[in-house]
Design a protein around this ligand. Structure first.
Ligand code: XCC
Ligand code: SF4
Length: 631
């Protein structure tokens, strides 16, 4: 592998000791990582950074410069920087919405396979939840067979992807005022695939050439993700794999075990990782691992599929986005199994530097150089067993001289689904609302999303969480912020020592951490649902609540979709750095100001976590006062 010498100081790259040791190891072994490749890509193209390049047709590509005196004021077709930036951002959001939603659809297909009897590897594990969901979607349940109800639920979810509906099923959860607002603006999401396809249509040359209008459809596309694709993904995962309940686990690279066969699951969909875990627990394979000198088989998680298994099965989390390469660098990983999204292709190359076997499992996400093992509902467990068996047999090939596992695992608590939270509160949201009214919990902020090698890994993710809890603001985390919060000691009840007096008291009384793990990135739909439920309970709109959202170190199209559906749902949303929109004053102004008038919330960009926390503090005080509460 090409070695990129880098002068970058390791301390500036990440806040974690385990990461630092692995980066140093990568340098010694001559293995390049995302940080090295970023360096070779810097400086980036300024036009692309500003969002003012267009490649949507072959009269171009075009680049727009709005500098005084510049000749390139318009593309060949006449599009200005506003049209181009809005189109690019619209397609960016469509990409993210497509990712989450295609994941959601895969769950519907598994449900269908269960109902058709085409699989025995999956089953309906949470019947009560299935019936509850059916009720919310207006499906009759009284006196009907579970299977009949399930089939109708499945049809209803499939229909949400199409173009025959005027609104998505789960809009039944949305407060009335919000629905009226969406209708007035013409952004009520009708169908997941429809909004995504329409965004592709609008951004063809000569179609939607009014930047604010394109941006409104971007919001509609994102809403189809949050209240459609992602919500279906979360809810059906709970039906099929069980609704999460609080449990304990561990996080960081030391969850990879010297004396065990280590298998990492990476990607997003529990449909694959759940089967890998089930296979790793089969007695024959465990016995074989022991025969080969290992003490057992360890399945550890990366990124969101890790979050899915952590929430429901309590498996340990090896790391988040920027830890994925570093996890293989421990030299102790027998296999990494992936499905889709956020899987750097470099992982195949790094695996090849060790005895690690890299398995891809989905036709739609193949990796050159990987071993392919197609996983479908009808063959899932059998295929998973093949992969686990290959990993076990590889244990003997591990080069012990090259193994380095840093530090000790950190304890974390997980499993906070809305169902679990409500149950812990005694069956209603009233105690939470009372705590908010009394000001012991002043508000709540969801911190979500990724790492990005442009920023010191997890410095903002952790920095913001710590600042917020000090101000008695409850934090909910999903996606890659989970491992960050966990490693910082924020996901255990003892973490409340770092919180303000009000939040600390609530955490102490309930035995919960000040930062609650709410799941994977599609599980941000759980946070939407919670906000909607709180708003409905109080008889207000979501934009009236003392809540916020943040993605400090985001990188992906999906994060942009999440941010936009949060804002369009009425949630004030912070980003640590802007998307590629700064080349258009119209689009930028809409994002950070104009949306406030339209949907009652907007984006705020702030790289400093302390300042970002102050912005949330001010926003939450304002919303509390407007509700007639103390600041
Ligand atoms: Fe991906 Fe979901 Fe971001 Fe992590 S947080 S880097 S999108 S894995 Ni979703
Ligand atoms: Fe250039 Fe217009 Fe074609 Fe884009 S659509 S590449 S701006 S001519």
């Amino acid at each position: 592998m090409l070695k990129e010498r880098t002068e970058q100081n390791i301390d500036d790259m990440t806040i974690w000791e385990d990461a630092k040791q692995m980066i140093a190891k990568a340098r010694t072994e001559g293995i390049a990582t995302a940080w090295d490749r970023l360096k070779s890509q810097t400086p980036h193209c300024t036009f692309c950074e500003l969002g003012t390049t267009c490649r949507n047709c072959t009269m171009g590509p075009c680049r727009i410069s709005s500098k005084p005196g510049a000749k390139m004021r318009l593309g060949v077709c006449g599009a200005d920087e506003h049209v181009i930036v809005a189109r690019n951002f619209g397609r960016f959001v469509a990409g993210g919405s497509a990712g989450h939603s295609d994941h959601g659809r895969d769950l519907i297909e598994v449900l269908e396979a269960i109902l058709d009897g085409r699989t025995t590897d999956y089953a309906i594990r949470d019947e009560a939840k299935l019936l509850r969901l059916a009720g919310e979607l207006g499906i009759a349940t009284e006196g009907r067979k579970l299977e009949e109800v399930a089939r109708e639920l499945m049809e209803c979810c499939y229909a949400d992807f199409g173009s025959r509906k005027t609104k998505l099923g789960f809009l039944s959860r949305v407060p009335r005022k919000r629905l009226e607002l969406w209708n007035k603006l013409g952004i009520t999401p009708r169908g997941v695939d429809r909004e995504i396809a329409e965004m592709m249509h609008r951004t063809h040359m000569g179609c939607d050439n009014d930047a604010p209008n394109t941006m409104l459809h971007a919001a509609r596309t994102a809403l189809a993700d949050g209240w459609g694709g992602s919500m279906i993904g979360t809810e059906l995962s709970d039906v099929i794999f069980g609704t999460p309940t609080p449990s304990r686990s561990t996080a960081n690279l030391a969850t990879i075990k010297q004396d065990m066969v280590n298998i990492l699951v990476h990607g997003h969909n529990p449909v694959v990782s759940e089967m890998i875990l089930a296979a790793a627990r089969t007695p024959e394979l465990v016995a074989r691992a022991k025969e080969l000198g290992a003490s057992g088989i360890n399945v550890a998680g990366l990124c969101c599929t890790g979050n899915e298994l952590l929430m429901r099965q309590g498996i340990p989390m090896a790391g988040n986005h920027l830890m994925t390469e570093l996890a293989i660098l421990t030299g102790a990983v027998e296999a990494i199994v992936v499905d889709y999204q956020c899987i750097m292709p470099s992982l195949v190359q790094i695996s090849h530097c060790y005895h690690t076997r890299f398995f891809d499992t989905a036709q739609k996400a193949r990796f050159t150089g990987a071993e392919h093992c197609d996983i479908h509902p009808h063959n899932a467990l059998a295929q998973a067993k093949k992969i686990v068996s290959a990993a076990v047999e590889g244990f003997a090939r591990r080069d012990k001289a090259r193994v380095l596992i840093p530090g000790e695992p950190v304890d974390i608590m997980t499993g906070f689904s809305n169902e679990a939270v409500i149950q812990a509160l005694g069956g209603t949201l009233t105690p939470l609302i009372d705590a908010i009214k009394a000001g012991s919990i002043r508000g709540a902020v969801g911190i979500v999303g990724c790492n990005n090698p442009k920023f010191q890994q997890d410095s903002m993710n952790v920095g913001l969480a710590k600042e917020l809890i000090k101000k008695d603001i409850l934090v909910l985390v999903t996606g890659c912020v989970t491992t960050a919060a966990g490693k910082a000691g924020l996901l255990v009840p003892e973490g409340a020592e770092m919180a303000g007096p009000g939040l600390k008291a609530v955490c102490g009384a309930l035995g919960i951490p000040p930062v609650l793990h709410y799941g994977s990135c599609v599980d941000n739909s759980r946070i939407l649902q919670l906000c909607a439920a709180l708003a409905n309970e109080l008889g207000v709109d979501i934009s009236d609540l003392p809540v916020g959202a943040s993605s400090p170190e985001w990188y992906s199209e999906k994060a942009a979709a999440i941010g936009l559906y949060a804002v369009a749902s009425g949630i004030y949303t912070h980003l640590g750095h802007p998307p590629h929109i700064l080349g258009s004053s119209v689009v930028t102004d809409l994002a950070v100001n104009g949306l406030e008038d339209l949907v009652g919330a907007s984006f705020v960009i702030e790289p400093d976590p302390v300042k970002a926390a102050e912005l949330f503090d001010a926003r939450i005080s304002m919303k509390r006062l407007a509700l007639g509460l103390s600041a």
